[in-house]
Design a protein around this ligand. Structure first.
Ligand code: AHM
Ligand code: MG
Length: 347
């Protein structure tokens, strides 16, 4: 018998039969995956598609709710995800990193039980230089009795997520997904047009010798982060007793994908530039879905001071410091923060 490939569709049907998801959640993931295929096509065309560069008209850059200049592909990816998800009947509302407020599903369509949050194109500063970017998504339940959800209904801790994933647009396009029963990777077969299961049950090695951080921010970091990275850089000659390698793509999806594949620790810590905002990365669209995927692969995710999935959000676009990856290494990074805070705490 020839080796049977397992498509995303088959994987989801089997997950439904196993009682891990229901038909609505299956449809939701299928629709997001289909939208990602369209984004993948647009990203893949590059300059030939006329989609590179900044969004906006008449030399005026378009600025999103985050105060960041939008790329044409940020806007296009957001539109693709909104359009694909509006009419299926599986969602009650949507929220996007690129939109000021959440959107209830229009009354012209049936409303479902789930809330979808997404960063339509993460790492978009990398688009114009042809480096991997990705779409990140998170799925929550719409609270009971709420027909037209507002921002407050999305403010649930990451531990309430029922599904999360990302699609990476790299040398190959891959969808990495969890519905709370492991983290699984699918590779897009471009000829056939379907995602095929290529790794069932990704596992992040517990220990690592590789870290990912934007070192140019070093002088702006808090003291415990300075000490932690300082000790990694001392390598064999320092308290860690081993040499560390460093990688930084500046595309969270690519950095997290490497960590899910071969381990490591990713961090975007608090620094004096981003401290007034609470951090650089967004809790609801970036940190929480990645934390769910990483935990489901045996890793850990933290703010440096608490488990990421336990953070109770206070606003839709809230930002947080992020440490995630190999479990033992995240625990060590947390330890530097704990020891520092204990010394500074009043007796
Ligand atoms: P974005 O959502 O505006 O693309 O910002 C998030 C990105 C992450 O993908 C990446 O980890 C980080 O910003 C890179 O930041 P920096 O440019 O400071 O290295
Ligand atoms: Mg982003």
């Amino acid at each position: 018998m020839t080796h049977t490939q397992i498509s995303l569709t088959r994987f989801l049907i089997e997950a439904e039969r196993d009682g891990h998801i229901n038909a609505d959640l299956r449809l939701l993931v299928e629709v997001v995956a289909r939208a990602c295929k369209r984004i993948s096509i647009a990203v893949g065309k590059g300059a030939l598609g006329g989609v590179l560069g900044d969004a906006g008209e008449g030399g005026q850059a378009s600025i999103n709710v985050q105060g960041e200049a939008q790329k044409k592909l940020d806007v296009l990816s957001n539109e693709i995800l909104l359009e694909a998800n509006a009419w299926g009947g599986h969602l009650a509302g949507l929220a996007s990193e690129e939109m000021t407020t959440s959107l209830p599903i229009p009354e012209t369509y049936p409303r479902g039980r789930y809330l979808l949050l997404f960063d339509p194109l993460d790492g978009s500063s990398n688009i114009d230089v042809n480096v991997s970017v990705g779409t990140i998504f998170s799925v929550l339940r719409c609270p009971q009795g709420v027909a037209a959800p507002e921002d407050q209904h999305f403010l649930q801790p990451g531990s309430a997520q029922v599904a999360a994933g990302y699609c990476i647009y790299g040398p190959s396009t891959m969808l990495v997904l969890t519905v709370g029963h492991g983290t699984h990777a699918f590779t897009l077969d471009r000829e056939v047009g379907s995602f095929i299961l290529t790794t069932r049950g990704m596992r992040i090695p517990e220990e690592t010798r590789e870290f990912a951080v934007n070192m140019s921010n070093q002088r702006f970091w808090e003291a415990p982060m300075q000490q932690y990275i300082g000790d990694l850089l001392l390598g064999k000659d320092g308290p860690r007793g081993k040499d560390f390698n460093m990688r930084w793509v500046a595309s969270m999806v690519a950095d997290v994908h490497r960590i899910l594949t071969r381990g490591g620790i990713f961090s975007y810590p608090l620094d004096s530039k981003c401290a007034p905002k609470g951090g650089k990365l967004r809790l609801m669209y970036e940190a929480n879905p990645m934390a769910f995927l990483v935990e489901q692969a045996g890793g850990a995710a933290s703010t440096g001071r608490m488990r990421m999935l336990d953070v109770v959000p206070s606003s839709l676009h809230q930002r947080v410091p992020v440490f995630l990856g190999s479990r033992a290494e995240v625990a060590i990074a947390e330890d530097y923060h704990r020891r520092h805070d204990a010394i500074r705490a009043p007796a």
